[in-house]
Design a binder for this molecule. Structure first.
Ligand code: NAP
Length: 257
């Protein structure tokens, strides 16, 4: 039985790899673009690992690299962690169009493509883990495309959970707030300091520990921290337009500093 983890070269994906290393799996398949970083993660694991260099923004690479490996090894996939993703902070008109479309490709299309690809290799007790975000609960001005991609991920994950129940396969959306990883550095573009937009950050280790525990308890959504536990509730009562405006003001205030 194997686990496939996308975005395993850094941050939350590398943490998923370290924690799934304790699950007595036969292999961990680590997917990302940075070969050196993936090798570093693989070297730190006890479980044998397979490094798959794949740009998830390119549909044909997912087919030729992950699809081909699955067809030839025919493993049982115990966990598939759709974790790779990125965000770009700033108002839409100031961001690069190619970054926006790549964000949709990696955060949404690749998630659907890989989930569809692995389900035939899953059996009762298998689990799809989707790294979504607390940003999935509301439209966020200044982070519009990213929040919309994560709304897609949470909705998709919860919906397929209902479809997969009869197969005994679970699907969970992990929806944390800001965490200490490379995410902020990659989100930074132009004059908006994403570091200061997302000030207080959690450590990856407890967030992922809770995500795996919640997956085993068959929860639909994994939340971490008191503030972010309230997010789905707040998003129900505060009008979406207000939430989007508050978020946009926060991003732009940070830009002026
Ligand atoms: N950190 C946070 O505050 C936070 C909060 C909520 C949710 N999240 C979500 O958590 C997930 C992981 O992010 P992180 O915080 O761990 O950030 P990170 O350290 O920047 O890691 C992002 C991972 O995604 C991979 N990736 C990005 N574009 C890719 C592409 N085109 N093809 C293949 N892999 C790609 C990167 O690998 P390569 O560059 O090697 O390809 C890297 O391994 C993301 O989905 C993010 O949206 C993060």
């Amino acid at each position: 039985m194997i686990a496939i983890i996308t975005g395993a070269s850094s941050g939350l994906g590398a943490e998923f790899a370290r924690q799934l290393d304790r699950e007595h799996l036969s292999e961990l398949w680590l997917v990302a673009r940075d070969e050196v970083a993936l090798k570093g993660v693989a070297d730190s694991l006890k479980t044998p690992s397979r490094i798959i260099i794949c740009d998830l923004s390119i549909e044909s690479e997912i087919e030729s690299k992950i699809g081909t490996a699955l067809e030839s090894a025919k493993p049982t996939v115990k966990f598939c962690v759709n974790n790779a993703g990125f965000g770009k902070i700033g108002p839409l008109h100031l961001l690069k169009r190619e970054d926006m479309t790549a964000m949709i490709d990696v955060n949404c299309r690749a998630v659907v493509q890989l989930s569809h690809m692995v389900i035939p290799f899953m059996k009762e007790g298998s689990c799809l883990i989707h790294t979504s975000s607390a940003a999935s609960f509301a439209p966020l001005g200044g982070f519009a495309v990213y929040a919309a991609t994560k709304a897609f991920v949470t909705s998709f994950s919860v919906a397929i959970q209902a479809e997969l129940v009869e197969k005994g396969i679970h699907s969970i959306a992990v929806c944390p707030g800001p965490i200490e990883t490379d995410f902020s550095r990659r989100a930074h573009q132009g004059s908006v300091r994403s570091d200061s937009v997302m000030k207080k950050k959690a450590d990856a280790e407890p967030v992922i520990r809770k995500a795996i525990a919640d997956a085993k308890k068959k929860k639909s959504v994994s939340l971490y921290g008191i503030k972010f536990n309230l997010m789905p509730l707040l998003a129900k009562f505060i009008p979406q337009r207000i939430l989007a405006e508050i978020s946009y003001r926060q991003v732009m205030n940070t830009q002026k500093r």
